[in-house]
Design a protein around this ligand. Structure first.
Ligand SMILES: [Zn+2]
Length: 273
């Protein structure tokens, strides 16, 4: 995929995040790994080679280029101009720092989470290139309910609830959603807790905060969050009916109906490479 196409896709996704109300002010951030085809373009835009430490060593992404949203930058602005509200960085060959490959825009404070996951994706031979953090309203609302954070079974309770809302949730988010207990935003603890879950899930819920997702490209990551949040919205709307009619609880699809979806769509139980 050309760098121009990737930037167009990033701008499109950023516009959706803003329109959905998931990217208030500077909320949310993203990275996308660029292929080696961007070398020439980045060299043409080359900047003085200021070296910025990452704070960790990530050998599997050494020498690679990433588009990274800028800190304090707004999704609604990024939708109009990705390279004024983010930039391309090149990870040093030592894996412990980066240089700016386009006009410098200091990266998001969540860079540790994004780059640790990108390093893991490369190490595991994945084709996934994109990481996304955003604040989907209904999923964050559910993360305020302790019962929805029960992660002791697989699928966990939140996944089971969301899958049972409409067949497409299971079909298009077959790995479900992982749960990451609350940690301080931008912290190494949050990055490490995210890493522990992203091995099994494409989408994880940061308790009382937001979502972290991975995808083959940024639109793929967005789509999975969109599908899961739609199910959360349906669940909350169904509960609104219960508020008026307490005798009626949302039924959800039956176990048999969900097994039919799994069988018909040949759904994977782990991330395809
Ligand atoms: Zn956030």
């Amino acid at each position: 995929m050309s760098m121009t196409h990737v930037l167009d896709q990033i701008a499109e996704a950023a516009g959706y995040l803003w329109q959905k109300g998931w990217g208030e002010r500077n909320g949310g951030n993203l990275t996308v790994r660029l292929d080696s085809g961007c070398d020439t373009l980045c060299q043409q835009n080359g900047q003085p080679k200021e070296t910025v430490p990452i704070g960790m060593t990530l050998p599997n992404i050494a020498g690679m280029y990433f588009y990274v949203k800028g800190t304090q930058k707004r999704m609604r602005d990024l939708a109009r101009d990705p390279l004024a509200n983010g930039c391309v960085i090149r990870i040093a060959d030592t894996g412990d720092s980066f240089t700016y490959a386009t006009a410098p825009v200091p990266p998001t404070s969540e860079l540790p989470s994004h780059l640790m996951v990108q390093d893991y994706l490369m190490r595991s031979g994945s084709r996934y290139t994109a990481t996304l953090h955003t604040h989907p309203i209904e999923l964050v609302a559910l993360s305020h309910h302790r019962a929805m954070l029960d992660d002791t079974s697989r699928p966990n309770r939140l996944t089971q609830t969301l899958w049972s809302m409409i067949p497409e949730t299971l079909a298009f988010a077959p790995l479900g959603i992982g749960i990451v207990p609350y940690e301080v935003p931008g912290s190494t603890e949050l990055a490490e807790a995210t890493m522990a879950k992203i091995r099994d899930y494409d989408v994880v819920l940061w308790e009382k905060h937001g979502i972290f997702a991975v995808g083959q490209d940024i639109m793929d990551a967005f789509d999975q969050v969109d599908v899961l949040n739609k199910a959360a919205r349906i669940y909350l709307d169904a509960l609104a009916y219960t508020a008026v009619h307490p005798e009626s609880q949302p039924e959800g699809m039956t176990e048999n109906a969900m097994q039919d979806v799994q069988r018909i769509f040949h759904l994977p139980k782990q991330r395809p490479c």
